[in-house]
Ligand binder design. Structure first.
Ligand SMILES: NC(=O)c1ccc[n+]([C@@H]2O[C@H](COP(=O)([O-])OP(=O)(O)OC[C@H]3O[C@@H](n4cnc5c(N)ncnc54)[C@H](OP(=O)(O)O)[C@@H]3O)[C@@H](O)[C@H]2O)c1
Length: 232
């Protein structure tokens, strides 16, 4: 049975990833910061016959990460999804308004954590059949697409993530690992808000289609959920 690990799995796109991957008959390790209050995920895990398990992981917490890596040692992971992310909000992200502490926090979660999580589980992915690592970025991290300014912290954290992922794609190729970089679209989640254009179901269905058909030519490419390439 193929296996996946998803970060930020308690709500939004992460929860939808767990739902759709589980529905395809996979084993899913669903990670979140506060399992006891992850009601929808707890229900899903309870109904899954043991195929969905919940694990405590704040992606910027090094000791939680090493504890989980030890727990899952020698467990192959076909698909690792670095999904957890934060956007601290438009007002605090305007010119002249960015707090240094907040900016560093956004970088910890959006940029450093996907690398740290990948380093922690790379051997698990290398031992699997599919060997895919997915990173959820944003079109807001595209320099070419920035026609409106603002969002300094979020934009810079995702632009930097894109570079991190490009390097990982090169570095992990010798181990047979493909590394995907996906923009989910503007999605109706807590982060995307109610005016967003697509549902989590549409976004995740599109991203999974890409991931399960990922070729070497797609490793390290900046793709949207509908398969369109995005300018760096
Ligand atoms: N929605 C969009 O339109 C959109 C567009 C482009 C890119 N994205 C990207 O898609 C990904 C998922 O976004 P979403 O829309 O599902 O957002 P969301 O609804 O706000 O959910 C964010 C998830 O990330 C988790 N998270 C935040 N900080 C974390 C940490 N330190 N450790 C572990 N988990 C943490 C949250 O957990 P808690 O519940 O504990 O806070 C939550 O599960 C993000 O990387 C985001 O940047 C979203």
């Amino acid at each position: 049975m193929p296996t996946a690990l998803v970060t930020g799995a308690n709500r939004g796109l992460g929860l939808e990833f767990v739902k759709q991957i589980h529905a395809q008959g996979w084993r899913v390790y669903a990670c979140c910061r506060n399992p006891s209050s992850a009601d929808s995920l707890l229900q899903l895990a309870q109904d899954s016959g043991g195929r969905v398990t919940i694990h405590t992981l704040a992606v910027d917490n090094a000791s939680q990460l090493s504890k989980l890596a030890l727990e899952l040692k020698d467990q192959p992971l076909d698909l690792l999804i670095n999904n957890a992310g934060i956007y601290s909000g438009r007002n605090g992200e305007r010119f002249g308004m960015c707090s240094t502490d907040e900016w560093l926090k956004v970088f910890q979660v959006n940029t450093l954590a996907p690398l740290r999580v990948t380093e922690a589980f790379v051997e698990n992915v290398a031992q699997s059949e599919l060997k895919i690592i997915a990173n959820i970025t944003s079109k807001m991290g595209s320099l070419g697409d920035n026609t409106s300014g603002g969002a300094y912290m979020y934009r810079s954290s995702k632009a930097a993530l894109n570079m991190v992922v490009k390097s990982m794609a090169h570095d992990l190729e010798p181990q047979g690992i493909k590394v995907a970089l996906l923009h989910p679209g503007w999605v109706k989640t807590d982060m995307g808000g109610p005016n967003a254009l697509i549902s989590p179901q549409q976004s995740v269905a599109g991203m999974l289609k890409i991931l399960l058909n990922l070729g070497w030519q797609d490793s390290g490419r900046f793709l949207a959920y509908d398969g369109k390439e995005i300018a760096w």
